[in-house]
Design a protein around this ligand. Sequence first.
Ligand code: NAD
Ligand code: TYD
Length: 369
Amino acid sequence: MKNLLVTGGAGFIGANFVHYWMKTYPQDKVFVLDALTYAGNLASLNPVKDNPGFKFYQGDICDTAVVETLLREHRIDILVHFAAESHVDRSISGPEAFIQTNIIGTHSLLKAVKKVWLDEGLNKETHRFHHVSTDEVYGTLQADEPAFSETTPYAPSSPYSASKAASDHLVQAYHHTYGLQVTTSNCSNNYGPYHFPEKLIPLVITNILQDKPLPIYGDGQQIRDWLYVEDHARGIDLVITKGQLGECYNIGGINEWANIDIVKLICELMNREFAENATLADKYPHALSVLEGKAQSLITFVEDRAGHDRRYAIDPQKSNSDLGYKPQESFETGIQKTLQWYLRNDDWWTAVMDGSYRQWIEQQYSTAG
Ligand code: NAD
Ligand code: TYD
């Protein structure tokens, strides 16, 4: 039996990871530490909230003392670090929060685990710090360049990716200098349930349902490599259970799409869904364009993102060969599951967007410290 501390577990990938882990390892205990920023939603943890092996703490990873207390109190063996500021557009308009959480916050966690695991000796031989990072640390690719491998030099270009790159280096430094037992995964763009509707795929789905414009930055020909979020959780599991200490593993599903093509695909799938399912007209009476089978009429080209990376692509060969990693979801099945989830869970995304879910947070959960 393991005791996990998951930072950022109320965010998109963290929450999906917690669901996955508690299903896969029901004997383990999972503690979530999350500051509940605008991106953290306790409603995303509803599927596990009554599980006796689960407990939520509201707190900031920059608060080293709180992290140390949690490590000692729950005899944590594995810390899985998701907590971050994660939206590139926000990093352009306000980089400070990214420096604070992604760099200072990661260093705060490293200081806490060094003190408790190495200096005090709790789980000295058996601990693991798993750092969740991104392919964006490698910078941008031209159309004809090979995909990012673990040996591609770091060349981050946004304040977000630069802050993630800094945190990756700090994690490696704590391994090399102090012998902290770490692993890192660098994953491509994720999609799936519980994705905050400021990111491309959930934004497009929820805007269609509200008959709002679908903003395409620049020419829409930027390429991203998409992975279903549960396949990311599965990859992290393999890195934790089979990965070599001090190693980094790229996780991806070889699934490159130009933004405009993905938006057109979602429009087509939504048109078809509304044509085939009459109950959707009652549920979404304001979704006029998709009700007429014309969701693509909402596509609107807007000014490009500053410094917009042209292409990301992951070469997953190392995780395939060393860990036996392979995504289970095809893009066709993953995007269908995602659409269906948003169509069913309008209570989640409407509450997340207007912030009203926060009203019941205080009554339901304890606070760290
Ligand atoms: P998210 O923005 O949905 O969630 C981040 C979570 O961290 C939120 O619950 C937020 O409340 C919490 N948080 C933020 N600052 C905190 C702080 N100071 N202390 C404690 N908690 C804090 O992000 P996500 O998309 O789930 O990404 C999770 C991780 O995966 C990030 O580290 C990100 O860099 C990485 N990643 C994301 C993607 C992607 O496509 N979304 C791809 C690869 C890697
Ligand atoms: P995003 O989901 O923000 O992820 P990231 O920037 O981390 O890759 O954006 C994915 C792509 O979609 C990216 O190239 C920017 C583009 N995009 C738009 O064209 N319009 C939008 O409204 C958003 C949010 C993103």
